[in-house]
Design a protein around this ligand. Structure first.
Ligand SMILES: Nc1ncnc2c1ncn2[C@@H]1O[C@H](COP(=O)(O)OP(=O)(O)OP(=O)(O)O)[C@@H](O)[C@H]1O
Ligand SMILES: [Mg+2]
Length: 261
């Protein structure tokens, strides 16, 4: 079963630099170049790399949010660019930089709204909310306005909102960005549970080592739009790493490993 397959995927953005009042210079930015990736079983897959490497751009392609320049991409057997309702119902997106929940609504109202946006039936929405708030022990906060929740509590509802429609594949762009330790741990244990119990496949990007070491069974390292490594964590740690980001990453992982030994 192929869950995700990209072949020679490339994206070039055209940007214009102002040179004066009337003059501007056209510049091409290669965000991703010949990017191949295949995910064939439900796993938590990590996509890591330095700032500007192309991680967010890749996720946007997976959801059909930006036009590709070349190559192919297929997610759950669909062409994401067509944005077919049947496809959208099976995928979800969590971005650490953008909240799904409306701060002015209660968590419950906000979750119901997410459900309607996914075209779910009222009874199905209620059933799913009930199941998830009990599972993640947050029922008592359902009526509280989102803006009055603690970071960790809001995180729980953010995740609940992103899986309310029971997606098969969840894309997460720096989901732990800016979270304190508690909220990061809550996030990680929720993702592991959803993966183990519901068979959710997750592709996530992160700059935090624990996200990689505790969650991801397989990862790809991307630098300047190109994949420079793909494999398991132990395979990565056995690499010597020529230079640049890959080498730094391996060194940091080995340090962590020694600390925990
Ligand atoms: N809409 C856009 N227009 C022009 N250039 C863009 C656009 N979006 C991204 N880029 C460029 O594409 C490259 C990849 O950006 P991207 O956001 O995918 O990186 P990233 O790996 O997610 O980085 P970060 O870790 O900082 O989030 C960068 O050089 C960026 O400036
Ligand atoms: Mg990014």
């Amino acid at each position: 079963m192929t869950l995700l397959k990209s072949t020679n995927l490339s994206k070039t953005f055209t940007v214009y630099k102002r040179l004066g009042l009337f003059k501007r210079q056209k510049k091409e930015v290669e965000a991703i170049t010949d990017f191949d990736l295949e995910i064939n079983q439900p796993i938590i897959f990590g996509l890591v790399g330095p700032n500007g490497a192309g991680k967010t751009t890749f996720i946007k392609h997976c959801l059909g949010l930006v036009e590709k320049s070349a190559g192919q991409i297929e997610v759950l057997g669909y062409n994401p660019y067509l944005r077919k309702p049947a496809f959208l119902k099976q995928v979800g997106l969590v971005s650490g930089q953008k909240q799904n929940l409306d701060p002015n609504l209660s968590a419950l109202e906000s979750l119901r709204l997410s459900g309607y946006l996914y075209d779910m039936m009222t009874a199905e929405i209620e059933e799913r909310i009930n199941f998830l708030v009990d599972k993640f022990e947050i029922r008592e906060k359902l009526e509280v306005p989102v803006r009055q929740l603690s970071l960790g509590q809001r995180m729980k509802f953010e995740i609940i909102s992103s899986v309310l429609h029971s997606p098969k594949f969840l894309f997460m762009d720096e989901p732990t960005l800016g979270l304190d330790f508690d909220a990061q741990n809550i996030m990680r244990s929720m993702l592991l549970e959803l993966h183990r119990e519901q068979g959710l496949t997750i592709l996530l990007t992160s700059h935090y080592l624990p996200d990689i070491t505790l969650l991801c069974s397989r990862l790809a390292v991307i630098e300047k739009g190109k994949k420079v490594f793909e494999g398991s964590l132990s395979e990565l740690m056995q690499e010597s790493g020529r230079d640049g980001y890959l080498k730094t990453l391996i060194t940091e992982l080995q340090k962590e490993d020694k600390k925990n030994a």
